[in-house]
Design a binder for this molecule. Structure first.
Ligand SMILES: Cc1cc2nc3c(=O)[nH]c(=O)nc-3n(C[C@H](O)[C@H](O)[C@H](O)COP(=O)(O)O)c2cc1C
Ligand SMILES: [Fe+2]
Ligand SMILES: [Fe+2]
Length: 403
């Protein structure tokens, strides 16, 4: 890749990561992911904002771009670390060996993380909220935005060019040929649509209250470009990604989309038999219904749909006196991500004494779910069970539609 020119003296140096690995060791990236770092050159000094990790050739790719920008021969003065997660700092030890005099600027909380992760203490200087540095005609200002999504996270703002380097915030999964939102192909735009939402639900959703706080803090800042560490640079419509993140964060407590996500699993078909009735009942009120079978569908995609949906239907049988294990995993992830306060119903089969419902009730309580009802039955579903499931899903959809 070539460095992308964002403004006079400001460049993106990025790498494309393929689809072989899981992101954070858990989330699939079937369309890859971008790792974006940035260079800001003033008349006197040069800063690099964020690094990459040695992943799928990213270090080498960025290194070559630094060569092209003549920023690789002791010409860098500052390394700004907005966030310490290894996808943005993994290459740090090699980087510091190559640039021994670079001053590392970061938040207070990042100092200890740098020491623990990389055993680096020299030339590390914490910056304060609102502090600026002058590169010569280019001023960089730092904003502390904790917990989006680690405690040490901050953002860097190029004052004269009005560019916000937001690191993980405002990011997306997916690999894009083009750097800027205003030059994407239709295919890339469609990809960005889904991959922003899935990224948010997987990586950021848990921290939604901090996202809203961060967005409020930046509200008066004039922004011409939003430059995150994953995805594209928002130059055409920087306000769009900020508004989009705001609405994604709002899904935590609502309102959210008047849609229903049906998550179901079944060993022998007894629970599965009710799925079409539930779906038809929900759809009969005109609502969009997402149907996801687990464990066949990865949790990443389940979380994406559940995050946006006002309604949640859980279908599962009892397994060894408890919930079906893949559903436990899903509910645990949903709970951690603060999928909460949804309209819900549950259905499922058991063989002799059940147990799934008891365990589900605990989740229902901690996730503050508003449970419309339960259709649980022994063995195979009767015609009556099917009718009840249809009616319950319809009622749930009606309540969501009219809310
Ligand atoms: C490995 C295994 C463990 C089970 N454990 C229980 C149990 O603890 N209590 C119970 O009532 N039924 C239990 N069952 C019975 C299932 O809940 C029952 O067969 C149910 O109909 C399965 O629904 P499905 O066809 O949707 O998979 C178990 C079944 C299997 C295969
Ligand atoms: Fe991160
Ligand atoms: Fe990241």
């Amino acid at each position: 890749m070539k460095p992308d020119v964002m403004a006079d003296g400001i460049y993106r140096v990025a790498a494309k990561i393929g689809n072989r690995d899981l992101f954070e060791g858990i989330w699939p990236i079937p369309h890859g992911v971008m790792l974006n770092a940035y260079i800001v050159k003033g008349s006197e000094k040069t800063a690099m904002i964020d690094l990459v990790k040695d992943w799928d050739g990213a270090s080498e790719a960025v290194d070559r771009q630094l060569d092209e920008l003549d920023s690789n021969n002791g010409n860098l003065d500052f390394l700004i670390l907005n966030h310490m997660e290894p996808d943005h700092t993994g290459a740090m030890v090699a980087f510091v060996e190559k640039h021994p005099n670079v001053e590392i600027l970061c938040s207070d909380k990042a100092v200890a993380l740098i020491r623990h992760f990389y055993k680096i203490e020299k030339n590390v200087r914490p910056v304060k909220d609102g502090e600026t540095i002058d590169l010569g005609g280019k001023t960089l200002k730092f904003f502390m935005t904790p917990n989006i999504h680690w405690p040490e996270t901050m953002m860097t703002y190029a004052v004269e060019d009005r560019i916000l380097f937001s690191c993980d915030a405002f990011g997306s999964f997916g690999q894009y040929e083009h750097c800027f939102d205003d030059e994407l192909t239709l295919r890339e735009r469609t990809l960005l649509e889904g991959e922003t939402e899935r990224y948010y639900a997987n990586i950021v959703s848990s921290f939604s209250s901090f996202v809203l706080r961060g967005i409020a803090k930046l509200a008066d800042l004039p922004i011409s470009q939003v430059a995150p560490s994953h995805g594209v640079v928002w130059r055409g419509e920087p306000e769009k990604i900020i508004a989009w993140y705001k609405s994604l964060a709002t899904y935590m407590d609502g309102p959210r989309e008047k849609e229903i996500t049906v998550i179901w699993s079944s060993m022998y078909g007894n629970t599965a038999a009710l799925v079409p009735f539930v779906v038809e009942g929900a759809e009969s009120e005109g609502l969009k219904v997402h149907v996801l079978e687990i464990p066949q569908t990865h949790a990443s995609f389940v979380l994406e749909k559940a995050w946006r949906s006002e309604g949640l239907v859980i279908g599962m049988p009892t397994y060894e006196y408890k919930m079906f294990p893949p559903m436990y995993h899903i509910l645990d992830l949903l709970e951690r991500s603060h999928v909460q306060k949804r309209k819900t119903m549950r259905f499922g089969s058991f063989g002799w004494s059940g147990g799934a419902q008891k365990q589900f009730d605990v989740f229902s309580e901690t996730m503050k779910l508003d449970c419309v009802g339960v259709v649980e039955y022994q063995g195979s579903a009767t015609e009556e069970d099917k009718k009840r499931a249809y009616a319950m899903a319809k009622e749930m959809a009606r309540q969501i539609r009219n809310a």
